[in-house]
Design a protein around this ligand. Structure first.
Ligand code: DGJ
Length: 683
């Protein structure tokens, strides 16, 4: 075994490991093929450890820290065995390590995804002692990286500010990026962190590593740079307050982390990630996503059957394909007239819908629209019959006050009865009418209490992780029981944008911020990981921008509306109809094509992007002028073969210049304004 090397080849992302003379596992290479050349005579002492443990590298941040059964806190691992196999899309590698002293085992696993140029890494520990031990930290992956010139890019920003970027040098010490709150974790830290080697990441040049922890709860990513210039990215579940107590023979498995290397900037990495998300993560990724018409922004809680019916008629007139009835349709003893009451009581409010939802669902179906419904199955308002009957089913600690956020509490899904209650919400909503084919699954508060009677007193700290497992299991049950129902993932906007939750859903609500100027920047950030077919983008009145401009922004993702058609002007309606007509022609391009981010809107008054695919049309280009400026716009070139002849159609909604044009020219109608061009091969 000493001297043995393991080459884990995920195409553009590779990893080379080697066993030192003393049995320790080292990282010999990471990155593109040129960084993973075999090195027959590797001096292992010069290479970093593949999994740094507390007690091994005293001066560095550990990826693994445990208190062993005998109370000792150091862990020093040696390789015991290596194994390899295959999965449907690549190879599987496993390295077993054990502590030199304590009966404590670690298993590191990798799956290669060569057709996407990605690697998936995960780790597990097993307590082989005959007494309990405690695990304080176990990262999913801990790649060593060069630090000279290195920069991090990460996104976050909270409610209505998701995917706001930060770019910073990898400084001395440990920079800890973490999400919090357990439920809407992506509001704190978006599920992608980039480490670029030569300055801030750019679209087309430079080496970089992207990491996404596939986890539906809190995540921590530590970027370390030591005084000796060594660097490492330690990525896994958030460990603060989430220690694991492992009885004899028990194990803990950290979620996997997706690693993607690019030798040519963020553009190629995003395109590989998009294909992976569409083909391997999100449900039915190849299925076209419908043009949705939501009613939340226009109607809020003020619902009535006639009003909803009129909005459905208006949505049909614009050409929408799916009507989504949002919050406010339920609650009788405690009607859901605002966010203070009703969550938990999922009976139709007969004051608002005297004949139930049947007539409005039928009206949508009659007008050729599918019907979707909003639910928030994991939460209850204390003002609900559900909570009055079973106050014991929420996350809480005995004797401590129950703190409310948005006046609601979180169901403790670790308790089987709470999980059954949440499951009944989903089944009950779908049972209201066989024509309901879509659900928006929302979750609108954080978890800041800990405590569950389902967990033993010495395992209360397991709640933040176990509740995520219970939630994902519930989502799995729902997906299996209702395979034909499409699900939108929402948590106060984009609070759940990670690949673990998304794997149970068809799309997500990118953000409650629908001001199209903000959305250009927000969707730009989200597009680093997520393909356009999962990014819900609706035209609303946020920011009071022209409807045509809002359409041109929303059409660059999963297009939809959240307007009151009754108060739209005729020119606005006409622009919306034109947008629908164009989106139907470009839907496959946008939802399945290759994204090219052309002009960054971050810190700039201009933004542009394009989707390209084999086929007809061959490309759609979106250009936005976001602010009034004296600056000259950058040149704009469609990412198409310059030696071929192309026909460019201006398809900007509401634009008098619609029709064939000679070239791509920036919109000059002031700010904000937009252009949408559809490009086809000349006959
Ligand atoms: C938060 C979501 O992000 C909104 O789109 C809307 O569904 C509200 N919840 C409803 O309460």
């Amino acid at each position: 075994m000493p001297g043995e090397q393991l080459h884990i080849d995920g195409g553009e992302t590779g990893l080379v490991l080697g066993v030192g003379a003393d049995g320790r596992l080292h990282q010999l290479g990471l990155g593109g093929p040129e960084r993973c050349e075999p090195d027959p005579a590797f001096p292992t002492a010069l290479f970093p450890l593949a999994l740094p443990t507390f007690g091994e590298e005293a001066l560095r941040e550990p990826a693994l820290r445990a208190t062993h059964a005998d109370g000792t806190t150091g862990t020093r691992l040696v390789v015991e065995a290596m194994a390899a196999g295959t999965h449907d899309h690549g190879e599987v590698h496993e390295v077993r390590l054990r502590d030199r002293v304590a009966p404590f085992e670690v298993v590191l696993r990798w799956r290669t995804w060569p057709s996407y140029g990605l690697l998936e890494a995960s780790s597990e520990v097993v307590n082989r002692a005959d007494a309990p031990c405690t695990l304080h930290q176990l990262a999913s992956t801990s790649p060593a990286l060069p630090t000279v010139g290195a920069h991090l890019e990460h996104w976050g920003g909270g409610w209505a500010n998701e995917w706001s970027p930060t770019v910073e040098p990898v400084g001395l010490g440990t920079r800890s990026l973490a999400s919090a709150g357990g439920v809407r974790s992506s509001l704190h830290l978006a599920p992608l962190v980039l480490w670029s080697l030569e300055g801030p990441p750019t679209e087309e040049a430079g080496e970089l590593l992207g990491v996404s922890v596939v986890w539906g709860g809190d995540v921590r990513i530590a970027a370390e740079r030591t005084v000796h210039g060594q660097g490492r990215l330690i990525a896994g579940v958030q460990h603060v307050g989430a220690e694991r107590h492992l009885g004899p023979g028990e194990s803990f498995r950290a979620p996997s982390a997706l690693l993607g290397w690019s030798s040519a900037g963020t553009g190629p990495l995003s395109r590989r990630l998009h294909r992976y998300v569409r083909e391997q993560v999100v449900r039915n990724g190849a299925r076209p996503r419908a043009i949705a018409f939501n009613n939340w922004e226009a109607m809020g809680f003020a619902l009535d059957a006639d009003g909803v019916g009129e909005v459905i008629d208006g949505a049909a007139d614009l050409g929408a394909e799916l009507f989504l009835l949002d919050d406010g349709w339920f609650g009788t003893t405690h009607p859901r007239d605002d966010d203070a009451a009703g969550l938990g009581d999922w009976d139709v409010d007969r004051r608002k819908f005297p004949d139930g939802l049947g007539p409005v669902v039928d009206r949508a179906l009659d007008r050729g629209l599918r019907f979707g419904l909003w639910i928030e199955p994991e939460m209850v308002n204390p003002r609900s019959e559900a909570y009055e009957a079973r106050p014991d089913l929420v996350v809480a600690e005995p004797g401590r006050e129950r703190r409310e956020e948005r006046q609601q509490l979180v169901l403790d899904l670790c308790q089987p009865e709470a999980r059954a209650q949440a499951r009944a919400v989903v089944d009950g909503a779908l049972a209201l009418h066989p024509g309901i084919s879509y659900l928006k699954w929302d979750a609108n508060r954080d978890l800041f209490e800990a405590g569950s009677p389902a967990l033993a007193p010495d395992r209360q700290s397991h709640l933040p992780i176990d509740r995520v497992h219970a939630t994902l299991a519930l989502m799995d049950e729902v997906a299996a029981a209702h395979p034909d129902v499409e699900l939108m993932l929402c948590a106060s906007g984009g609070g759940r944008s990670d690949l673990a939750n998304l794997a149970r859903f068809h799309e997500l609500w990118t953000s409650d911020d629908t001001d199209p100027i903000d959305r250009v920047r927000l969707q730009w950030g989200a597009s680093h990981l997520l393909p356009a077919n999962v990014l819900g983008a609706h035209v609303t009145r946020w920011g009071q921008r022209p409807i045509a401009f809002g359409c041109a922004v929303a059409m660059s993702a999963r297009f939809g509306f959240d307007l009151d058609p009754r108060t739209m002007t005729e020119p606005e309606r006409e622009a919306a109809r034109q947008a629908v007509e164009t989106y139907r022609r470009i839907r496959t391009l946008v939802q399945q094509g290759e994204l090219h981010r052309l002009v960054s809107p971050i810190g700039s008054p201009f933004g542009a992007l394009a989707y390209v695919a084999e086929g007809d049309p061959a490309a759609v280009v979106f250009a936005y002028r976001l602010e009034a400026t004296d600056l000259e716009p950058p040149s704009l070139v469609a990412p198409l073969d310059p030696d071929r002849r192309w026909v460019v159609e201006d398809a900007t909604p509401g634009d008098p210049q619609r029709g064939e044009v000679g070239e791509l020219a920036w919109p000059d109608a002031g700010a904000p304004s937009a252009k949408v061009w559809v490009v086809r091969a000349a006959p």
